[in-house]
Design a protein around this ligand. Structure first.
Ligand code: NDP
Ligand code: 2IT
Length: 451
């Protein structure tokens, strides 16, 4: 990085850190974007004069509220929830809701910030937001989760709306939670409207939304490989996580002829030397989606597989990696191990799963590295299509939605190539995604004047 840009970046980050003390995840997400877009801002005075980056890194609004509820033993419990409405320059706020004990304001600000760029990349009219709560759904009964969702919506409903802010799922918020939240919204407002996405198919959900993030990440990877005259056929693949994104990443990778060796959760990872085939994947869906069990129970069904307790899958030799669990789940040492074991491509199903040292390692090595805001945009893209179907009061077929998803992922890939192409013909997908996402939002903000 040229010295002038580096000094500008340092100065910008100093101010951001002073304004947002202790919010490490937020600092991390902003620094990566700022490093990509600052050269462009310095070349184009209009962005600088309008303080576009300073404004883009300040959320429009954050709502913080208490959620009080009663557990099955009749004890009164209290949690905290947030909705970070980051930027609605190009459309109503849109982004997931996360239930996990690790949720903090910093985590939600990083996720909301990333969402602004991701949503811009999809080409659909969606602003960026993220919400969440430090509620831990693990070990809670169905009724406890229901009461929690209902209590949360009693406050949240005032701040959302089909043309204002449309939440969806994320870690710990899946079809069950979206259903409880939607049912309560409908009761409170006496209106049936597309206020959440990821809904059940019988009440306004879209086909392929459940699969969209994982499928989209694999489509994006396929696009990167195709540009290099290659494909997923016969490749060894490592996947982390065993939730919504991981499961449908495995499904699409299998369909395209890859061999999937790993899957994981926060307790450890499964290594299946024979590969996780379609039949084993159905067993995983039953374990995780129906029985809500831990991933180590896979070895009870398939004893040839190994469970590595407390470990992550990144030392397993593979050519392609899909981190699909959570932020900062792949560090520099693991990135080096992946490279020395022959990694050629990585596509992030999760948001910000690779630590900055890992990203540097992948970019320096010149392998195909797709950052989350490009690779996992398929989920929110199909959420956008769910909103369109709700507005039209129509449902599109599975093939129609899947074709649109493929098209959107290809389009995002092309945008990354356009703004990330290097002199030697390779593509810096981080640069391409950040700059492409930035330009659309920045143009809208400039057009609005000082707002
Ligand atoms: P799920 O709750 O369905 O699954 C999360 C998975 O990640 C579980 O296997 C979970 O294991 C694991 N995990 C969660 N937290 C940790 C942690 N701190 N350390 C290790 N493993 C962890 O969530 P999703 O699959 O929906 O989300 C996964 C990632 O994808 C997140 O980064 C999310 O932001 C991102 N994403 C999701 C989209 C969606 O449409 N759902 C869209 C775009 C991105 P355990 O059960 O042990 O906690
Ligand atoms: O991180 C994400 O893009 C999501 N959790 C999905 C957001 C959405 O509105 O579908």
């Amino acid at each position: 990085m040229p010295a002038a840009i580096k000094s500008e970046l340092n100065q910008f980050m100093k101010g951001l850190i002073r304004r947002n003390p202790g919010e490490l995840e937020f600092h991390q997400a902003v620094e990566e974007v700022a490093a990509s877009v600052l050269p462009y801002i310095l070349e184009n005075r209009k962005y600088r004069d309008a303080q576009i980056l300073e404004r883009m890194t300040e959320p429009d609004r954050i709502v913080i509220f208490r959620v009080t509820w009663e557990d099955d033993k009749g004890r009164v419990r209290a949690n905290r929830a947030w909705r970070v409405q980051f930027n609605n320059s190009i459309g109503p706020y849109k982004g997931g809701f996360r239930f996990h004990p690790s949720v903090t304001l910093s985590v939600l600000k990083f996720l909301g910030f990333e969402q602004v760029f991701k949503n811009s990349l999809t080409g659909l009219p969606m602003g960026g937001a993220k919400g969440g709560s430090n509620f831990n759904p693990k070990g809670k009964s169905e009724r406890e989760v229901m009461r929690y969702c209902q209590s949360l919506m009693i406050e949240l409903h005032r701040h959302i709306g089909e043309d204002t802010d449309v939440p969806a799922g994320d870690i710990g918020v899946g079809a069950r939670e979206i259903s409880f939240l939607f049912g309560q919204y409908k009761r409170l407002e006496n209106r049936f409207t597309g206020i959440l996405t990821g809904k059940g198919l019988s009440f306004g959900g879209s086909l392929v939304r459940k699969e969209a993030t994982g499928y989209g990440a694999v489509y994006f990877c396929q696009n990167m490989l195709e540009r290099n005259g290659d494909s997923l056929e016969g490749k060894n693949v490592a996947v982390s996580g065993s939730g919504n994104v991981a499961i449908y990443t495995v499904e699409k990778a299998l369909e395209l002829g890859a061999k999937v060796l790993t899957i994981s959760d926060s307790s450890g990872f499964i290594y299946d030397p024979d590969g996780i085939d379609a039949e084993k994947l159905e067993a995983i869906k039953d374990l995780k989606e129906v029985q809500r069990k831990r991933i180590h129970t896979y070895t009870n069904l398939f004893p040839k597989a190994e469970f590595h307790e407390g470990k992550r899958p990144w030392h397993v030799p593979c050519q392609i990696a899909f981190p699909c669990a959570t932020q900062n789940e792949l560090n520099e040492e693991e990135a080096k191990a992946l490279l020395s074991n022959g990694l050629m491509a990585i596509a992030e199903g999760a948001n910000m799963p690779t630590e900055p040292g890992g990203i540097r390692t992948f970019r320096d090595a010149g392998i195909l590295y797709a950052p989350g805001k490009a690779a996992n945009a398929g989920g929110v893209a199909v959420s956008g299509l769910e909103q369109s179907q709700n507005a039209l009061r129509l449902s599109w077929s599975r093939d129609e939605v899947d074709a649109k998803l493929k098209h959107i992922m290809r389009d995002i890939h092309e945008k990354c190539v356009l703004n990330g192409k290097q002199e030697d013909g390779t593509v810096d997908y981080v640069q391409g995604a950040n700059l492409s996402g930035f330009i659309k939002v920045a143009e809208a903000m400039l057009a609005y004047g000082v707002v």
